[in-house]
Design a protein around this ligand. Structure first.
Ligand code: THU
Length: 163
């Protein structure tokens, strides 16, 4: 028997004012695009904006449905859009923010991408052969930067497991 440990490093910024200008711009865009979420059921408005390796910006918001499981998260809406508009172009950085109307519009803690989105992001990294840098934030407060989604999904399942 042996025990292994998995550790990963991420950066914590006290506020978006501490970010490099390019990252701050992405965070501000992600916060702004939360206004375009379609979230009448959860009242949890999520916005994501990504900078691609070709310099293009792509955005996504959550799109809910009266049949709840049909809804899509902002991250997957963004990646599906990028896959069509900029096929095979890697995503350099994705900023994700949210506006929680259940908490009076407050969102001080960085958003946490759901498990399904982590899996989707992980496959996007694989197919474009490039890590996706994630910037997680709310409308204000701390900002986390994570260098690859693989860190958020240890022991993940991918195409190599089916070879
Ligand atoms: N949601 C996202 O769009 N991204 C996340 O990272 C977390 C959750 C959405 C799904 C659903 O529309 C709403 O937020 C509440 O779960």
């Amino acid at each position: 028997m042996r025990t292994e440990e998995i550790k990963f490093e991420y950066q914590i910024f006290t506020s978006s004012d501490e970010l490099a200008p390019e990252d701050k711009t992405l965070v501000e865009a992600a916060r702004a695009i939360t206004a375009k979420a379609y979230a009448p059921y959860s009242q949890f408005h999520v916005g994501a904006v990504a900078l691609l390796n070709n310099g293009a910006l792509v955005s996504g918001t959550n799109q809910e449905n009266a049949s709840y499981p049909v809804g899509n998260c902002a991250e997957r809406v963004l990646l599906a859009t990028a896959a069509v508009l900029h096929t095979n172009v890697p995503v350099k950085t994705m900023a994700i923010s949210y506006h929680n109307m259940n908490a009076g519009g407050k969102s001080h803690k960085p958003v946490s991408p759901c498990g399904m989105c982590r899996q989707y992001l992980r496959e996007y990294e694989e197919r474009t052969k490039h890590p996706i840098r994630l910037i997680l934030t709310g409308m204000d407060g701390e900002v986390f930067i994570i260098n690859s989604v693989k860190q958020l999904l240890p022991f993940s399942f991918g195409s190599e497991d089916m070879a």
